[in-house]
Ligand binder design. Sequence first.
Ligand SMILES: Cc1cc2nc3c(=O)[nH]c(=O)nc-3n(C[C@H](O)[C@H](O)[C@H](O)COP(=O)(O)OP(=O)(O)OC[C@H]3O[C@@H](n4cnc5c(N)ncnc54)[C@H](O)[C@@H]3O)c2cc1C
Length: 275
Amino acid sequence: MILTEFDYVRPAGLDEALTLLSATRNARVLAGGQSLLPDLRAGTVRAGLLVDIRRLEELRGITRTPGGPRLRIGALTTLAELSADPLVLAGAPELAAAARANGDPQVRNLGTAGGNLAAGGRATDLPVAAIAADAEVELAGPGGRSTVPAERFAADGAPAGTVVTALLVPAAGPAAAFEKTADRATRYPVCATAVRITPGGPRIAVTGATARPLRLRGVEDRLRGGPYTTDAVLAAFRAEPRELFVPGRGTSAEYLGHLAGVLTARALARAQALA
Ligand SMILES: Cc1cc2nc3c(=O)[nH]c(=O)nc-3n(C[C@H](O)[C@H](O)[C@H](O)COP(=O)(O)OP(=O)(O)OC[C@H]3O[C@@H](n4cnc5c(N)ncnc54)[C@H](O)[C@@H]3O)c2cc1C
């Protein structure tokens, strides 16, 4: 039971959704409801109006951008669709793996890419893969359309009154991977890492162990040129400042830093094997 009152609308188009969001105090976007409804139930989030965007067909579908090597993943793409899509599996396998690692089949069938990116408050799987992939988040708001790098979006969240319309991901090929240690009760990441090996060196991002999803540029610099042996990766993580890793329930900064290194070494080995 949800012990809080709110209004509910199901707009037929994006413009109508944006008008409702900017005209109503404390309005919130509702997509798959897999974060928002538990949060409303727990009372950790309040809403005056839920704007249900699930009828907005323009937020669906996975396509290649015209003339460009990027994938456009509509915000309403479910995590189940994302995990099995042939374009994503071939061009951005770290994203497919992050979606596959998310929750359980029910969560993946209802939860959406846009919602997993926008759900603030606790570590989620997709943002770290989007950061490693150098993706951009496409937004629609009162001022029109804009794009924001995934790392900035993870830090700032969705600006008030905006809707995430898509994720734009460079389709670089298979040299990418995602690894996660999940909380045994909730399946949320204790720590998850995503890597993408590019001609300029590895891109490495971590979540769960850190205060928010972060690209670890220091680790990338230490590993540039390889080889990506487990010893080299663990040493690169040991050189990071300890305060980067934020102790959680039953975990220390040392443990989380080590875990992040182990998962990254595994992800780099998998990405190299796939390349
Ligand atoms: C049992 C369970 C297990 C879970 N396990 C995991 C896990 O292992 N890993 C993990 O990462 N997550 C996990 N989750 C959380 C869940 O997968 C995602 O956070 C969820 O799928 C978010 O997508 P949604 O479409 O359901 O968003 P909603 O719940 O509808 O919305 C989430 C938030 O994002 C906003 N929002 C949604 N879509 C948009 C949009 N297009 N534009 C702007 N704002 C938007 C909403 O206003 C809200 O604040 C779990 C959830 C449950 C219930």
